[in-house]
Design a protein around this ligand. Structure first.
Ligand code: NAD
Length: 257
């Protein structure tokens, strides 16, 4: 098993990538602290893990709250003895996120608080615990939009994910000699609720699909598998990476710098 003896916190575990990661990480031997603000969904994820014979606990925590992030880390150490993997995955894509003119400040602030500050707070409280456990792996969910302009304007979301990529790079360098690896997982467009709510007509879906070399949306399960690799010791020499899992979009549109 690829995560034997590891303890993983996964934020945004009530649905999508986070849920799939919780199920997969537990199947690979990890004890999972499933974190979300959606209590029903979070508990359902824990039930799924337990039914499959895995270990998991649900913790209600809003990643934009420092107190809540401290509590989720404390829960990992108290319940399972340590922290080895921190998957900062919770995120929102606000329905009123648009171009700079149309996007209200409250939408900007909320998006930054959850998508960017949430990752910082996860690291702020998680890194000391990883140190106490002798090191580990942090995976921060960014997005392909951090690297290329998307056709659908969503300036707050894009800026927040750009911030996640920059923050990840910096943390990777700072903590490289402490056996703590920090990588950004950059998913392409996925067939999850988050995106399908936005691409709510066949025309909008097709407009996005045209740009994906693989010609299909990604699956949350495929992101969970990429996160599993980054979480595991198989990725032992990988830190500070923008790990693209995007069906080839960046290969087609981004010029390496
Ligand atoms: P999702 O909406 O299914 O899952 C996100 C989860 O985060 C939800 O369970 C939600 O309740 C939780 N969450 C929201 N705010 C929170 C908060 N303040 N504290 C704790 N939990 C909170 O979406 P997903 O597609 O699984 O997204 C997971 C991550 O992947 C996000 O960071 C998202 O930006 C990123 N991403 C998604 C896509 C896509 O196409 N779906 C593409 C690139 C990146």
């Amino acid at each position: 098993m690829r995560l034997n003896d590891k303890v993983a916190i996964i934020t945004g575990a009530a649905s999508g990538i986070g849920r799939e990661a919780a199920v997969l990480f537990a199947a690979e031997g990890a004890a999972v602290v499933a974190v979300d603000v959606n209590d029903a969904g979070g508990r359902e994820t824990v039930d799924l893990v337990k039914k499959a014979g895995g270990r998991a606990e649900y913790v209600h925590a809003d990643v934009s709250s420092s107190r809540d992030c401290a509590r989720m880390v404390q829960a990992a150490e108290e319940t399972f003895g340590k922290l080895s993997v921190l998957f900062n995955n919770a995120g929102i894509m606000h329905a009123r996120d648009d171009d700079a003119i149309a996007t209200d400040e409250d939408v900007w602030d909320l998006t930054m608080r959850i998508n960017l500050k949430g990752v910082y707070l996860g690291c702020k409280h998680g890194i000391p615990a990883l140190r106490r456990g002798g090191g580990g792996s942090i995976i921060n969910t960014a997005s392909f939009v951090a690297l290329l302009g998307a056709a659908t304007p969503q300036v707050a979301y894009t800026a927040s994910k750009g911030g996640v990529v920059a923050l990840t790079r910096e943390l990777a360098v700072i903590h490289a000699r402490e056996n703590i690896r920090v990588n950004a997982l950059c998913p392409g467009p996925l067939r999850t609720e988050l995106l399908m709510k936005l691409l709510d007509t066949e025309e909008k879906k097709q407009r996005r699909l045209v740009h994906i070399p693989m010609g299909r949306f990604g699956e949350a399960k495929e992101m969970a598998r990429a996160a599993l690799f980054l979480a595991s010791d198989e990725a032992s020499y990988i830190t500070g990476a923008n790990f693209m899992a995007d069906g080839g979009i960046t290969a087609a549109y981004v010029t390496p710098t």
